[in-house]
Design a binder for this molecule. Structure first.
Ligand code: NAI
Length: 464
């Protein structure tokens, strides 16, 4: 039996970051992970592999749509799907091995296997039980099925995001259930590779919770890229027929019943916390009504010495939110101060164009009855964006009407996922839109559009 200052269960972005920070702060640290490789869902079957496929398929799209315009003539590349998957797997391997290297460098023990907690202060992995002054649960999430629907997932014809990253061949047709982040990222990949993609979404807008104007612009751009949408449709049955599947849905506006057949059906209707086998019920760990682990302000559960972070607790299911919580808990366990500013957690969709968002939306501000002003700037007025066929989209900054303090920002356009961070830093410092507007931005960059949106919160953008 080994004894540790902290044992972390799960080596995804929450767990591995927490472990590295704990080790850096002098705590004897171990991580329990049952997968063959470190990095959790994000590195193995989520964020990283999907970005590889998004990149590859975007390159194809550029070749097909824009090369000739730039005087680059010749046949468009053909797709070698096996090689594209091999490239994706190579990217996964590089990243997961990178975490293994960081564990060795920081002298973190990897306890291989699936862990459970027989009592506070103890973690069992296989035959062995280890002692830990503190335990951090970072066990992540798994795809949720459609509530009340009849769906059998085989990861071949009816798939979750995991199966969608490893299809045997590029399907001719695909129905995506759910117009959220996973559905639109993976739907984009296959649409660019030639698949006829139809997104079936329960609500009347895609990407729930995002700024309404962004939702509309995003859907219009995706339609232009060839994705079809059936909105306001509740899927209730997915039936597998030989090498095809049939999706049955009811339109909410008139209760009419419809069906769609496709080679592959991607179920992307959300994820749920993964806490199976940990022994939480026997320990008496309090859960929320939604099956998440309930935690206090210090991320401690109802059982002293057991903490939880990431997708297993309430809040957005985002790798970077889990990472921040992991670092904060490590600081607390080392006797220091740990804090996460939940008001400034960006969200990014890695389609083309990218979509990025932080803070309040116009809808949430209206709901709060808060007086605000809007500064908006179109990428059509940005020279760099026009030069690279990326004039679609805009930057929108929301600022307090009286104080000019930035309350939120929403970007749809080139490199939105990177651009959002200057607004995040500004918000962390409680900046006013004028602070961004008065900051010199290099020309020609996409980031000038952020400055222009900030200028539009005051006396006006220059290039509008
Ligand atoms: P999501 O919550 O983003 O979207 C699910 C969608 O499915 C919603 O729009 C919902 O209205 C719809 N839906 C639910 N039931 C339905 C039904 N019966 N018929 C039709 N539509 C239905 O969930 P998603 O895309 O599965 O992602 C899961 C989690 O993973 C999210 O929390 C997301 O933030 C995270 N994620 C983040 C990524 C990123 O940051 N780029 C990438 C991938 C996932």
């Amino acid at each position: 039996m080994a004894s540790y200052d902290v044992i972390i269960i799960g080596a995804g972005p929450g767990g591995y970051v927490c472990a590295i920070r704990c080790a850096q702060l002098g705590l004897k640290t171990a991580v329990v992970e049952g997968r063959e490789t470190l990095g959790g869902t994000c590195l193995n079957v989520g964020c990283i592999p999907s970005k590889a496929l998004l990149h590859a398929s975007h390159m194809l799209h550029e070749a097909e749509q824009n090369f000739e315009k730039m005087g680059l003539k010749g046949k468009s590349p053909s797709v070698d799907w096996k090689q594209m998957l091999a490239y994706k797997d190579e990217v996964i391997g590089q990243n997961t091995k990178g975490i293994e290297f960081l564990f060795k460098k920081n002298k973190i023990d990897w306890l291989k296997g699936w862990g459970s907690i027989p009592e506070a202060g103890k973690v069992t992995v296989g035959e062995e039980t280890h002692e830990a002054r503190n335990i951090v649960i970072a066990s992540g999430s798994e795809p949720a099925s459609i509530p009340g629907a009849d769906v059998a997932i085989d990861e071949k014809v009816v798939v979750t995001s995991t199966g969608a990253l490893d299809l045997g061949k590029i399907p001719k047709s695909m129905v995506v259930i759910g117009g959220g982040v996973i559905g639109l990222e993976m739907g984009s990949v296959y649409a660019r590779l030639g698949t006829k993609v139809t997104v079936v979404e329960y609500l009347d807008a895609i990407t729930p919770g995002m700024d309404g104007e962004v939702q509309k612009t995003f859907q219009r751009i995706l339609k232009k890229q060839g994705l079809d949408f059936v909105m306001g449709a509740a899927v209730h049955t997915v039936q597998t027929l030989k090498a095809k599947a049939r999706v049955a849905y009811r339109l909410r506006k008139d209760d009419s019943e419809h069906e769609l057949d496709a080679d592959v059906v991607l179920v992307a209707t959300g994820r749920k916390p993964y806490t199976e086998g940990l022994g939480l019920a026997d320990l008496g760990v309090e859960m929320t009504p939604r099956g998440q682990i309930a935690v206090g302000k210090d991320w401690q559960t109802s059982v002293k010495g057991i903490y939880a972070i990431g997708d297993a607790i309430p809040g957005p299911m985002l790798a970077h939110k889990a990472e921040d919580e992991g670092m904060a808990v490590a600081e607390l366990l080392a006797g220091r101060h740990g804090h996460v500013n939940y008001g400034v957690i960006p969200g990014v969709i890695y389609t083309h164009p990218e979509v990025a968002t932080v803070g309040e939306t116009e809808e949430s501000l209206k709901e709060q009855g808060r007086a605000y002003k809007v500064g908006k700037f179109s990428f059509m007025g940005n020279g760099r964006a026009k030069a690279v066929f990326a004039g679609d989209g805009f930057v929108k900054i929301l600022a307090d009407k009286e104080t000019d303090r930035i309350l939120g920002a929403h970007v749809i356009g080139p490199s939105a996922g990177d651009l959002i961070h200057e607004v995040c830093v500004a918000m962390e410092f409680g900046a006013a839109a004028e602070d961004l507007a008065l900051t010199c931005h290099a020309h020609p960059t996409f980031s000038e559009a952020v400055r222009e949106a900030a200028l539009a919160c005051g006396d006006g953008a220059i290039h509008a």
